[in-house]
Write a protein that binds this ligand. Sequence first.
Ligand SMILES: Cc1cc2nc3c(=O)[nH]c(=O)nc-3n(C[C@H](O)[C@H](O)[C@H](O)COP(=O)(O)O)c2cc1C
Length: 205
Amino acid sequence: MVNELVGTGRHWVLGITGASGSVYGVRLAEELLDYGFTVNLVISNAGWRVLKEEMDFDASSRESELERRFGGRSGRLIYHPVADIGASIASGSFRAEGMIVAPCSMGTLSSIAHGSSDNLMTRAADVMLKESRPLVIVPRETPLHAIHLENMLKLSRLGVKMVPAMPAFYQRPRTLEEIVDFLVGKVLDTVGIPHNLFKRWGEES
Ligand SMILES: Cc1cc2nc3c(=O)[nH]c(=O)nc-3n(C[C@H](O)[C@H](O)[C@H](O)COP(=O)(O)O)c2cc1C
């Protein structure tokens, strides 16, 4: 299976699930690749469905679609099918810097909070928890009920960074791209990756 695209660098795991806001995951992949990281990408089946609905991704030829979308950047993309529970990122012995799940559905949030490890997405997140490595979750749903909130609280108490898909408007964004980049920048802030995706409050323009 040809699932290695371009470049080299330290490994990050990026999960895209079937919540609305697949553009967040796509922009994160672009940023991490442009930074020279190796992105280990997992996309749930529902994630592929939402990528198709929201961004016209071709889910029928997944690897060539990813190459078309992300090829040619300085980092390297490794695509792991979500059913491949034997992939490198399923093991704690694999050296990954951390994992970001963006956007994260309430279904995947629940599975991670309950340690179900029933597919590569939730297993890779479980590995981050057991190895005490950074795990960032970008939950997206509205309104939220008590189970959603309890799952977020449970993970937050374990040190998981919750970066909900909640854009801010004090920077007066003029485009959708600026709104998305604000959130992506907030995610990168939580893991200490420098970026220029938004102007910080108090910074000169
Ligand atoms: C277009 C579309 C948008 C969706 N948006 C959300 C959402 O914002 N949040 C959410 O929790 N689920 C959302 N769902 C439902 C999830 O995709 C569904 O619960 C799925 O089982 C999640 O599976 P996954 O966690 O494996 O990706 C959406 C589904 C579709 C088709």
